[in-house]
Design a protein around this ligand. Structure first.
Ligand SMILES: C[S@@+](CC[C@H](N)C(=O)[O-])C[C@H]1O[C@@H](n2cnc3c(N)ncnc32)[C@H](O)[C@@H]1O
Length: 437
């Protein structure tokens, strides 16, 4: 029996993530519950529609609104999302336009909206006579590059020269980037192994362990993936772990560990260290366990709250702590595009408060002479250098001594990388050294 139609499934998933009213579900969770029922060959189209519509939501909506004589009612949400999916396919995919125009009226019937077939057909046919570049021309950047107004304003304030490039990068599909396991491969060997499997890749410039794939593919097609030779990790996300320094056999805490991307990287970098991985969400800790098993690496896994060390710390100091803190994800919007529609400006103040509390709570766990690496995937100064400056202002026993991995640094305290089209994600990190008494 054929599995569910990927286009129809995409509309149903987007209804959960981008509802007409109320809070939307997280795209990551909605995808996880939907992809299981799809056939392998349909998964690519389904994912492309879900990510693409979230990435370009505001642009697609803007164009659609201009075509309608009367606004669509809230109860016609499935039709609206079906049209947005069709527009995404026409303007951002290689699929044949006539096949796209023909597919969506049928999906409307399947969605119990037969009344909309004529409308969908007419709008999509009209869309074939234009493209995204023409539609974007003359539009305000927040509409053209699909950002909420509050975020666009904040980026203009924080990064006046880079804001438009950041917006463009955030609306564009990201590259697939790998980290190879330095314990078992060097760069030339990793590239040769991929090449032999017909996979073209180029090395990154900032992280010596990063490889950019020419084309994204399912991880199962990567040679040695099941054995941990390669992990999927953005190049910028690979940099915070490289700031850690510990003596042989040292003790390291990864304080916000799930799903375990950086836990695995720490284990590859310091195979002899004692590694503790802490995560508040016990369910997500399972992802860390799976990751470590795949990499053939070990860590002590703890479910606990980083702001309450008295509940889980054994009193033994750490030589280094990585705090990859929960944040707005504004540096990785192309990978987590629902965040821009779910976050509010007021969330940022709350997040910055939590981040500062986390650094303060973990600081006493570091031995004098050790260091805490603070990291986020945020592209907002309020969650990044402002948190670090506030912390340094209150802690005379702390000094900042981050090593910049290259010339591109937008911050004065720590390192701020901004999202680049075809390049790395936006990421921030700062190394905070605990002075000896
Ligand atoms: C940015 S993610 C970490 C990503 C991870 N370091 C990696 O590289 O794969 C932040 C994580 O912090 C967890 N978290 C949030 N609040 C926490 C808290 N108070 N204590 C510990 N973990 C927390 C979240 O559940 C989430 O898994």
């Amino acid at each position: 029996m054929a599995g569910p139609d990927p286009r129809r499934q995409a509309v149903e998933t987007l209804l959960e993530v981008l509802p007409a009213r109320g809070e939307g579900a997280s795209l990551r969770l909605a995808l996880a519950s939907a992809t299981g029922s799809l056939e392998d060959r349909d998964r690519g189209l389904f994912m492309d529609l879900c990510f693409g519509v979230c990435r370009n939501f505001r642009l697609l909506e803007h164009w659609l609104e201009a075509q309608l004589d009367r606004p669509l009612r809230n109860k016609a949400r499935p039709v609206r999302l079906a049209i947005l999916c069709g527009l995404h396919e026409l303007w951002f995919s290689e699929r044949a336009p006539h096949a796209v125009v023909n597919a969506w009226p049928d999906i409307c019937r399947k969605l119990q909206c037969p009344w909309a077939t004529g409308l969908v057909n007419a709008v999509l046919r009209k869309a074939t006579s234009t493209d995204a570049t023409a539609v974007r021309a003359g539009l305000a950047p927040a509409v053209a590059w699909s950002l909420p107004d509050w975020l666009w304003k904040q980026w203009q304030q924080d990064w006046p020269e880079q804001a438009e490039d950041m917006a463009r990068a955030s609306a564009t599909a990201p590259p697939m980037t790998l980290r190879f396991d330095r314990r078992r491969l060097d760069r030339a060997g990793a590239l040769a192994m991929l090449e032999e499997a017909g996979i073209h890749a180029t090395p990154g410039r900032l992280s010596p362990w990063s490889l950019y794939l020419e084309k994204s593919l399912p991880v199962q097609q990567l040679p040695g993936f099941a054995d941990g030779l390669f992990s999927v990790q953005d190049e910028a996300a690979q940099l915070p772990v490289e700031q850690i320094e510990v003596p042989a056999g040292g003790r390291i805490l990864d304080a916000c560990a799930a799903p375990g991307g950086k836990t695995g990287q720490i284990a590859e970098r310091f195979p002899g260290a004692e590694l503790v991985a802490l995560e508040r969400d016990a369910g997500r800790l399972e992802r860390v366990r799976e990751n470590m098993e795949r990499l053939d690496a070990e860590a002590t896994l703890l479910a606990g709250d980083a702001t309450r060390p008295e509940q889980w710390w054994d009193g033994e100091p750490f030589d280094a702590i990585l705090l990859d803190a929960p944040c707005s994800a504004t540096g990785i919007l192309r990978r987590q595009p629902d965040s821009k529609w779910h976050r509010r400006a007021s969330d940022i103040r709350e997040l910055a408060g939590l981040q500062l509390r986390m650094v303060g709570a973990l600081w006493p766990l570091i031995r004098p002479g050790g260091a805490l690496v603070y990291a986020t995937c945020s592209a907002l100064a309020q969650e990044n250098e402002q948190v670090v400056r506030a912390f340094l202002g209150d802690h005379p026993d702390a000094s900042e001594d981050t090593h910049a991995p290259g010339p591109a640094n937008a911050a004065r305290t720590g390192v701020q990388l901004l999202p680049q089209t075809g390049g790395q994600d936006g990421f921030y990190f700062a190394r905070l050294h605990r002075k000896r008494n």
